[in-house]
Design a protein around this ligand. Sequence first.
Ligand code: ZN
Length: 79
Amino acid sequence: MNQTPQRPPEVLSDASVDELLRDTTPWLSCEECFERMDAYAEAVARGLSAHDQAMDRHLGACPACDEEARSLIELLQAD
Ligand SMILES: [Zn+2]
């Protein structure tokens, strides 16, 4: 009577954890994007490098929000 051997639990390496975290980095919804737009535009307009990366990703994929952000940034820079 052979028992099915118990397999050791699979251990995730640090690299694959990083990979998972990166893959599950949520896209912002347009709604979330709009909520963060003011702060984002201000950071970009001031040339801060530490602006919102999730916003970068959303704007890179969403022309509507991208256009909104651009005009907001222009407006802030014009001040
Ligand atoms: Zn959007």
